[in-house]
Design a protein around this ligand. Structure first.
Ligand SMILES: Nc1ncnc2c1ncn2[C@@H]1O[C@H](COP(=O)(O)OP(=O)(O)OP(=O)(O)O)[C@@H](O)[C@H]1O
Ligand SMILES: [Mg+2]
Length: 388
């Protein structure tokens, strides 16, 4: 999936929040870069806040248009007039809109922007961040993230798994790889890290998958590491087609950096009451940040029929559809990793089928969702009513 990036030129935090949300909800969704922490990224789109200091905004647009002719520029002003539109176009703006823009007007602008990109055949990054975040601890976030990484590597896609779980990450353990370095080395050197330094920090798995192993310190990464993580992810996106992030099960600065860069967010949960309750909260929380629609996919792990809670009730309580179920089979999920073999080549036909679906949905994100086989109905779980 091509990943377009936008930069927001404003001193107003409310403006930044609202525009970031509109961008993330866009078709296609557009990631926001922070130019202070990611100075090397050239944005595809710049949103210029011209509400206070219109002439400074005009000059900034002229400089931008001269230095980066391919960039698209949206100018946001307090009041639009035909004279202002003309002047803005001369200064390099592609779109002019009044604040606050309606969702429809903004999305029309995004549609025209992405059509311009396509028509110009401009260089569009073809790298995707796939984040896995758990509804709670132990639901299988690491298992699904690393197996997804192995599957993609098995399809000859250059893939890296980044273990961002705060505290002691265990993706390296799952993959049976040993490394002297962890994500903390990348964070601490983020101001000087380049492709060759990054290469030295990555561990290699039998499958061809690369790994930036998780923290070896209980209190890291912390809130202060968010910006550094964003730049490390950015460098990884230059290197790999897929950057698979194990974000643990908390919305913290590391998870936020990953969510912001994500093409797809996988919310991992189990079919039990605490997991359903937390997953609902997590989905609501990330929706408030602007991550909604097809970009957020619920993975129901350790799903076995008949479900203790009827499947349709799980979806009702979640307020979202389950994108994919993954059967419960400890032996299959653990031994595949030890052997460096994708689960789709393993002995469990159901798991193989579901991982095949997951990977196809990643490789071809716009294809229609493949229907799952019909489910048996389960019995009503007595405590379920209190979970909502
Ligand atoms: N589909 C599955 N079938 C059987 N066992 C599974 C499945 N998925 C995960 N497990 C097992 O459940 C345990 C927890 O999985 P995992 O460590 O991936 O969860 P997690 O959500 O990452 O946990 P943590 O919150 O500790 O990071 C592991 O022993 C794993 O092998
Ligand atoms: Mg984990």
């Amino acid at each position: 999936m091509a990943s377009l990036v936008a930069s927001l030129q404003s001193h107003d935090d409310t403006f930044k929040r609202q525009v970031a949300r509109l961008l993330r909800e866009g078709r296609p969704p557009i990631n926001v870069v922070d130019e202070r922490s990611q100075p090397d990224v050239t944005p595809d789109l710049v949103i210029m806040d011209g509400r206070s200091g219109l002439s400074a905004a005009m000059s900034a647009m002229e400089r931008l248009r001269a230095s980066t002719p391919t960039v698209s520029i949206f100018l946001v002003v307090s009041t639009v007039s035909s004279e202002l539109i003309l002047q803005s176009m001369h200064s390099g703006a592609n779109e002019v809109m009044a604040w606050p823009p309606s969702d429809g007007a903004f999305q029309d602008g995004i549609r025209r922007f992405s059509e311009r990109r396509r028509a110009s055949g401009g260089p569009v990054r073809t790298s995707s961040v796939l984040t896995f975040i758990g509804a709670k601890g132990g639901v299988g976030t690491t298992t699904l993230a690393v197996n997804c990484g192995v599957e993609l590597a098995g399809k000859k896609k250059r893939t890296v798994v980044v273990d961002l779980k705060p505290g002691l990450g265990d993706a390296a353990l799952f993959l049976g790889v040993h490394s002297r370095y962890t994500v903390l080395d990348a964070i601490e050197n983020s101001h000087r890290i380049d492709a060759s330094l990054l290469d030295g920090l990555l561990a290699k798995h039998l499958s061809g998958l690369e790994l930036l192993p998780g923290s070896d310190q209980f209190h890291r990464p912390t809130g202060a590491d968010g910006e550094a993580i964003a730049s490390v992810l950015n460098l990884l996106m230059d290197r790999c087609e897929y950057t698979v992030v194990d974000a643990g099960c908390q919305i913290n600065a590391s998870a936020l950096a990953a969510l912001n860069a994500s093409a797809i967010i996988h919310v991992v949960m189990n079919p039990d009451v605490p997991s359903i309750r937390n997953a609902r909260r997590l989905i609501e929380c990330i929706a408030e940040m602007g991550f909604t629609g097809e970009r957020v996919r619920v993975l129901l792990n350790r799903a076995c029929e008949p479900y203790p809670i009827p499947f349709n009730e799980i979806e009702d309580a979640l307020g979202s559809k389950v994108f994919l179920t993954v059967p419960s089979d400890y032996k299959s999920v653990a031994t595949a990793l030890n052997a460096g073999v994708p689960l789709t080549f393993g002995n469990n036909a159901d798991i193989a089928k579901q991982f095949g679906r997951l990977v196809r949905s990643i490789l071809n994100p716009t294809a229609a969702v493949e229907p799952e086989p019909p489910r048996k109905t389960g019995f009503r779980f007595p405590r379920f009513a209190s979970a909502r």
